[in-house]
Design a protein around this ligand. Structure first.
Ligand code: GLY
Length: 563
């Protein structure tokens, strides 16, 4: 008896040691509304807007402004992005507040005398495009929200004024980014405490940013584009050799575009149109996979990854040639999504072999993208759904904080093809369609997406991560629709990434070694990719009367909260 009891205790102890490691994470469940964002205080701001009567668009505006304070890595007022909205009454819209090239920008502005790209598109004053975030959020609030604008800015003002405790991730992130931020005295002072560094749990206040946000709260977007903030930014640009002028700011407009839509396995996909490259990518890859039987061997099998990788390669080849700012280039969207064209691309996939990248070309006759964007998803109790991805491009953008205004500037000019036809610093090849021109928006991979089932929101998702956004979202969608996973399992599941060139298949370290070996046998050159550089997909899934919110564990934090 005693022996049995000892054995029982031993089993209990071993289970206690083992089970947590095997335990799957659960999504957060709620009945009415849900906010999922990459920073917990910003999520809480969104929930409190919803609870006090704001709709999902109001919450999205407040979360965007809060992230500009609490997640300076990517949250911003000095950058740009996309907001996809699907109102409960069926209206859909895509608000494009992507940055624009300043009027003084030129095709070869980042090439040296030998035609070689300089680093100017990535770091410093010259790398910034005209910011769009404040105009975009104001447009969303005015047309689709119902709360008064100042009420939505107030939480951000309070967070900047009173400060908030620095998280472990944030503390480490600033230390890691010290080589960038130290180059600019205002950034060093603001984010690195002049070089002394902020500690975990230390309160971080941003009085200059608080003043800027307070002006924006009272005067609206006009302050940022034509008022005191605009004048501060234009004067600092002129002083520091940047290109953005007061006229660039005055001329900046956020625009509404028609989302791209399509169907897959009875689900209706609403996604991002150009200048995002992602919506077209998702629709094309889903159509290419349809009918291949890619899912027959199960999630995580070599066969499923093989077909996904082949679809990715063919899409990225097209992306390299045809995509850019639709206000500047004609994009053959219908031709790229035409069933006969997709059939012809699918027909070139061999069931047992990788197709080498050099045997794939753009099929009819991409972008130098930072990986440090942020996404959040919101559904309110009326059924309005909003997906927002916005960015400074690289983490902390250009590294420049505007003195006297307290916000970081983007380095979005780096998303253009500095040298069309050549691979950029991330290996993506992109063409003349995405060359620099004054007033043009650089091609993006940001892909906020909403998927409907029976006419109602089913999946609201998006991610940061440059080109990895599109391939990660594809896999999350397939995990939910074809493999029946819940929101958390779908984003936690091991992923691959293939972008055609370089000829390489990235596999997360969680992909089983057997599977990787089989993929290598099929002809793929595989590389284990650092999961931190993978897209952090933030998802809301609505099923059987419940909202499931899930935060991607690959990132530095975040929170799903609902009620
Ligand atoms: N800057 C990242 C993207 O737009 O895709």
């Amino acid at each position: 008896m005693k022996t049995h009891f000892v054995r029982f205790l031993a089993v209990l102890l071993i289970s206690a040691l083992i089970v947590p490691a095997l335990d799957a994470r659960e999504p957060i469940y709620a009945r009415k509304a849900m906010v999922v964002a990459e920073q917990d205080l910003a999520t809480e701001v969104g929930v409190s807007v919803l609870r006090s009567g704001g709709n999902a668009v109001d919450a999205a505006v407040a979360v965007g402004l809060a992230l500009a304070v609490t997640h300076p890595y990517a949250g911003n007022i000095g950058g740009g992005g996309f907001m996809l909205i699907r109102m409960a009454d069926g209206r859909t819209t895509f608000i494009d507040f992507r940055e624009k090239a300043p009027a003084a920008a030129t095709h070869d502005m980042y090439l040296n005398a030998n035609g070689v790209p300089t680093g100017d598109s990535v770091v410093g004053w010259r790398s910034a495009g005209v910011p769009g975030t404040v105009r975009g959020l104001a447009l969303a609030n005015k047309k689709y929200g119902r709360e008064a604008w100042p009420e939505l800015v107030k939480p951000a003002v309070a967070l900047a004024t009173n400060g908030f405790p620095v998280s472990k991730w944030q503390m480490d992130s600033w230390r890691r980014s010290s080589p960038l931020l130290s180059q600019f005295p205002e950034s060093k002072r603001t984010f690195l405490k002049g070089g002394a560094y902020y500690d975990w749990q230390e309160i971080f206040k941003q009085p200059e940013l608080a003043r800027t946000l307070d002006r924006i709260a009272h005067l609206g977007a006009a302050d940022f584009y034509d008022g005191e903030t605009a004048h501060i930014l234009a004067a600092e640009m002129a002083k520091n050799g940047g290109l953005i002028t007061l006229a660039d700011l005055q001329n900046y407009q956020a625009v509404e575009r028609t989302p791209l839509e399509g169907d897959y396995q009875g689900y209706h996909i609403i996604s991002s149109p150009p200048p995002s490259s992602g919506g077209l990518g998702l629709l094309q890859m889903l159509a290419m996979l349809n009918g291949t039987g890619y899912d027959k061997s199960g999630a995580g099998s070599a066969l499923s990854y093989h077909y996904m990788a082949e679809a990715m390669r063919r899409y990225f080849a097209d992306r390299s040639k045809y995509l850019g700012d639709p206000d500047f280039v004609n994009i053959p969207i219908s031709a790229l999504l035409a069933p006969a064209y997709v059939d012809s691309r699918r027909a070139t996939i061999r069931p047992d072999r990788a197709t080498p990248a050099e045997q794939i070309a753009p099929g009819l006759t991409a972008a130098n993208e930072g990986t440090n964007t942020t996404h959040y998803s919101i559904v309110d109790q009326e059924g309005n759904a909003v997906a927002v991805t916005y960015t400074l491009n690289n983490g902390y953008g250009s590294g420049v904080t505007v003195p006297g205004a307290g916000f970081l500037l983007n380095d979005e000019m780096d998303d253009f093809a500095a040298k069309p036809g050549g691979p950029n610093m991330f290996g993506l090849v992109q063409g003349e369609s995405n060359a620099i021109a004054p007033g043009k928006r650089p091609l993006s991979s940001m892909t906020p997406t909403i998927i409907l089932k029976d006419g109602k929101p089913f999946l609201v998702l998006g991610a940061p991560g440059g080109p990895v956004i599109i391939t990660s979202m594809l896999q999350v969608i397939l995990n939910v629709i074809d493999f029946g996973m819940n929101a958390q399992d779908a984003i936690d599941f091991p992923r691959i990434h293939d972008q055609w060139k370089p000829d390489r298949l990235d596999t997360e370290s969680t992909v089983s070694p057997d599977t990787v070996a089989q993929l290598r046998h099929m002809g793929y050159q595989t590389q284990t990719a650092d999961p931190n550089e993978k897209a952090r997909v933030e998802v809301i899934l609505i099923s059987a009367g419940w909202l499931q919110g899930a935060v991607d564990g690959r990132g530095g934090g975040g929170k799903a909260e609902g009620y």
